[in-house]
Design a protein around this ligand. Sequence first.
Ligand SMILES: Nc1nc2c(ncn2[C@@H]2O[C@H](COP(=O)(O)OP(=O)(O)OP(=O)(O)O)[C@@H](O)[C@H]2O)c(=O)[nH]1
Ligand SMILES: [Mg+2]
Length: 264
Amino acid sequence: MPRFLTALPVFNEATHVDGVLDEVLRHTADVCVVDDGSTDGTARILADRIEARGDVRVVRHPRNLGYGAALATAFREALAGGWDGLVTIDCDGQHQPRLIPEFLALASDPVRGADIVSGSRYLRRFPGDSQPPEARRRINATITAEINARLGLSITDAFCGFKAYSRRALAALAITETGYAMPLEVWVQAAAAGLSIVELPVPLLYLDLSRSFGGALDDAETRLAHYRAVLDRAEAAVGWRLPAAPPLSAANRASQDPLAAAHC
Ligand SMILES: Nc1nc2c(ncn2[C@@H]2O[C@H](COP(=O)(O)OP(=O)(O)OP(=O)(O)O)[C@@H](O)[C@H]2O)c(=O)[nH]1
Ligand SMILES: [Mg+2]
């Protein structure tokens, strides 16, 4: 059975971190927490846990670098540690650790498996599913449809952070997006590298509607424009073009990214 590391990107999750880790450790023993410069006491909780139980490994960013940066660190940890693959799961209670064995089984299945097993909250309904905030659902649907059209994929959820990556996928991906748009760069690079992709249905949970992206990304239209600019940049970076599409030059697109300057 291939050996997978499970990594959790964590930023200010003092209320969730211990409970989520307890649940994760019921399904896998190999856990790495990427503490993305938390300032709410999460670091203390993790340090106490290591001292008391030593049941997880923690890699800490000296300051907050962003969701994408936290996952890029997890990718590096998995490759450097010689793991056969990586499962990523959020630490805010929106993802169910009880599904980790399903991700591992599918990711390791020589027939049905794939380089990227991606959770989808829009493949089927689960009892107790939340109603997603309208703007989130709309932007997810819009960007997912555009990704399928641009990359020739057929995914149903472009943003779910619950995923399993094969070692081949980790080696092929070169993440530069430090923020929430990182999953979009993954799709472009995965398509360019010819990585296989399969989706796994996961429940759709919104527990805390007061959580926000922060800053300009809270504006739906700004967020949409930013995501499109990230897709353009990522496509230009790999020289991606569907046979029909004309080549894209990075220069004449970057200016359209409302967040080009700020890390987000
Ligand atoms: N917000 C935020 N989360 C981060 C960051 N770095 C790591 N994370 C972690 O990344 C995971 C996903 O972040 P969320 O803010 O939950 O992103 P999301 O699920 O798309 O957004 P919500 O639906 O609002 O929860 C969580 O485990 C966070 O703790 C960061 O810079 N900002
Ligand atoms: Mg979340």
